[in-house]
Design a protein around this ligand. Structure first.
Ligand code: B12
Length: 652
């Protein structure tokens, strides 16, 4: 049986001879090839040649941005439009749009001038991205900067035409042949719906949630224009020779939280599935994030395959639970299931690696509807030999049907790290002990009402409430409640951002009085995401929450160099330095920052807290940080504790 045939049969629910093994190695390859650190025997090979030499199927799901036929093919990346071999259509802008480009692939700025005004985007690669093997260019400047940009974009997308262009795909697919399954891609790096398109490429990832609340009409106009694009695309994709469509990417319980997903994505998944299934075509989605709150929705979304599935210990859902809820019911095929952390020496010992695989073969028995892959992708620092041994174990122990047996437990370290079911730690709502006027303010914060809160604060001041009480009892207590609810998964990113905005609005009224009153800040915190890391949604939430509960925040943004952290600590003299990293490749920067602070004689003066999806308590202790928090709610509690410790310490 060929790789392609085996993969297709598994997705159709057949019990084949063995589990297909399709590790994604693009990132690992790009980074190691650039650094000259490919394994000796593969030194002169391409990524595909390495996979074939090892006997693995080719992973042909994610578009390869580093191999455009012409540089022209990716210049419109800032608008979510590219023309690579994985895309089975061409797009054309309407003739009334003038396009001005400047720069090169590393930094390309494009201005789109339309009769309704202009928008601009900038995208490219940083050196750190190249070192880390990244393929998709980073959007540095988003098209939507303010509400006025929606109508311009609606004009651009509303007048856009799409035409089939199957030849390149067909040639590529035939090159891959039986070695793998080639997927056709959808726009905006696989945005599953018009709203998701806006979220993924057209606007800053955090700002999106504010606009989603504030500019409903403007967004609706752009959604309608994008719907016009999707209406053209669906039949083109459906009629293409591709056997499978890569429809949606970066699904995650926080950024595509349940209510949003149900309203703005699910109907499109269902529509796409219906159309593609009538053409005997498979629908793939890429839920590479935390899926704990989305398990049932995804099970019934119409997709055939969930790819890049990244289980515990990288996220909260274990592989056993994934398999039980998705595969045993016959609803979905999992593609992934191997958390990349088990390939890294720093994150997993040899014992952990072995224990994970022992557990896997038991947990997914009988083993149908499972394609082994690395979720999300093999990291640059992966031990190549583990990737090879994984393949060897699948070859021998992955013969189907797998025999169920006494579950082999994970090593104690991994096992104890597994999060307990979330307990309710929401700070109790204090509203019943507040009198009416402060309660109104508290409710404004909880509702994120940035208009009425100003009136209510003014009213409370007129009634002679002390500004400090309004702040502490009315506003900050409410932010703590929001933080607790966020931690519990009962509110999501938008609520946190809107509540924080209400607090900030009210502070414009209170701040002068608080200053006169000699208000003492809770403390100062410098925060940033480390060099090479462009993830900022989590960091922004932490920073927003901390600001919301009264800390003075200096946010350094993303991609912050070690020296810059040290410089800002020396300049701003914070009580706490908060560092965020979302990539295993960038986590070591945290240790470098702590070392550099030490060398600069600044370490003993501040507390260092760290966080981000791959970071954990153990890592924080190992690198000499003072604390780790799992989410923005916990970050607030941790900051409080660290400030207290710092005050007590002689150098603090
Ligand atoms: C959205 C996303 C993206 C977006 C980022 C958009 C943005 N502006 O941030 C895009 C698509 C651009 C992206 C790109 C990439 N990504 Co990405 N991404 C994600 C995803 C799906 C969700 C992250 C997120 O925003 N979650 C929601 C927020 C609210 O949660 P959070 O970030 O974890 O933050 C919370 C806590 O961690 C904590 N916290 C965060 N920071 C701090 C700091 C302190 C001090 C404290 C106390 C707490 C704290 O509090 C936050 C709020 O509660 C994750 C999956 C995951 N499991 O995390 C992958 C993930 C992080 N990405 C990953 C990868 C591989 C990449 C790419 C390399 C992909 C590629 N092939 O090119 C690039 C790298 C780009 C770069 N150089 O940074 C991997 C990283 C794997 C690893 N171990 O290294 C992940 C884990 C996916 C996976 N399953 O493997 N990504």
């Amino acid at each position: 049986m060929t790789h392609r045939e085996r993969i297709l049969r598994v997705i159709q629910g057949e019990m084949v001879d063995k589990i297909p093994y399709v590790p994604r190695i693009d990132l690992w390859y790009n980074a190691n090839q650039r650094a000259g650190t490919l394994p000796e025997k593969h030194r002169n090979r391409s990524a595909d040649e390495i996979a074939l030499a090892e006997g693995w199927a080719l992973h042909k799901i994610v578009p390869e941005f580093l191999k455009p036929d012409s540089s022209e093919d990716i210049v419109h990346r800032g608008l979510g439009l590219v023309h690579l071999k994985e895309y089975t259509y061409r797009f054309e802008f309407s003739p009334d749009i003038d396009i001005i480009m400047e720069g090169d692939a590393d930094q390309m700025r494009v201005v789109y001038e339309t009769p309704l005004g202009s928008v601009s985007t900038t995208h490219g690669y940083t050196e750190e991205m190249k070192d880390a093997g990244a393929s998709a260019p980073w959007i540095q400047e988003h098209a939507i900067k303010g509400p006025g940009d929606y109508k311009v974009l609606a004009h651009i997308f509303g007048n856009m035409t799409f035409k089939p262009d199957y030849d390149r795909f067909v040639r590529w697919e035939s090159d891959i042949g039986d070695h793998g399954l080639a997927l056709e891609s959808t726009p905006a790096l696989n945005a599953g719906s018009p709203m998701h398109y806006i979220q993924k490429v057209l606007i800053d990832a955090t700002q999106f949630f504010i606009h989603y609340n504030d500019y409903k009409n403007e967004m609706a106009e752009l959604v309608e224009a994008l719907t016009h694009c999707y209406a053209q695309l669906l039949p083109i994709l459906a009629d293409s020779p591709a056997k499978a469509v890569y429809w949606d990417a970066n699904v995650d319980s926080m950024i595509t939280y349940p209510a949003y997903l149900k309203k703005d994505l699910l109907p499109w998944w269902q529509k796409a599935a219906e159309i593609f299934h009538t053409r005997d075509k498979l629908l793939f989605i890429h839920p590479d994030g935390e899926n704990n709150l989305l398990m049932d929705i995804l099970a019934d979304c119409g997709a055939d395959v969930c790819e890049a599935v990244t289980p515990f210990p990288m996220t909260k859902v274990g592989i056993d639970e994934y398999y039980d809820r998705w595969c045993r019911s016959g609803k979905l095929t999992i593609w992934g299931g191997i958390p990349e952390s088990i390939l890294l020496e720093k994150s997993s010992t040899e014992e952990d690696f072995k224990a994970y695989l022992d557990h896997l073969f038991k947990a997914i028995a009988p083993g149908d509807r499972f394609i082994a892959g690395i979720g999300d992708t093999t990291p640059p620092g992966a031990v190549f030999d583990r990737l090879v041994r994984l393949g060897e174990r699948i070859e021998t122990e992955g013969r189907l049907p797998l025999k169920a047996g006494a579950a082999v437990l994970l090593s104690p370290e991994l096992l104890t790290a597994r999060p307990a079911p979330t307990s309710s730690s929401v700070p109790s709502d204090t509203s019943q002990v507040l009198d009416k006027d402060l309660r109104l303010i508290q409710e404004d914060v909880l509702k994120g009402d940035n208009v009425n809160i100003k009136l209510h604060v003014q009213h409370a001041l007129a009634l002679n409430y002390a500004p400090q009480d309004i702040l502490n009892m009315g506003m900050l207590s409410a932010m703590e409640i929001i933080g607790g609810r966020f931690k519990d998964g009962t509110v999501f990113i938008p609520e946190v951002l809107l509540s924080a905005r209400a607090v900030n609005e009210a502070l414009t009224v209170l701040e002068p009085l608080l200053a006169a009153d000699g208000r003492i800040q809770k403390g100062k915190i410098v925060i940033g995401t480390v060099r090479g890391d462009l993830h900022d949604i989590g960091k922004n939430l932490v920073s927003t929450m901390l600001k919301g509960v009264g800390y003075d925040i200096v946010d350094l943004g993303i991609n912050v160099a070690v020296d810059e952290f040290v410089h800002q600590v020396s300049r701003c003299k914070p009580d706490i330095l908060a560092i965020s990293a979302l990539l295993t490749t960038t986590m070591p920067q945290m240790e470098h920052i702590i070392g550099a602070l030490q060398r600069a004689g600044l370490r003993s003066k501040i507390m260092v807290m760290v966080g981000g999806a791959p970071v954990n308590d153990k890592f924080a202790r190992d690198i000499g940080a003072d604390g780790y928090a799992q989410d923005a709610g916990e970050a607030v509690e941790l900051a409080g504790r660290l400030i207290d410790i710092n005050k007590l310490s002689p150098s603090g």
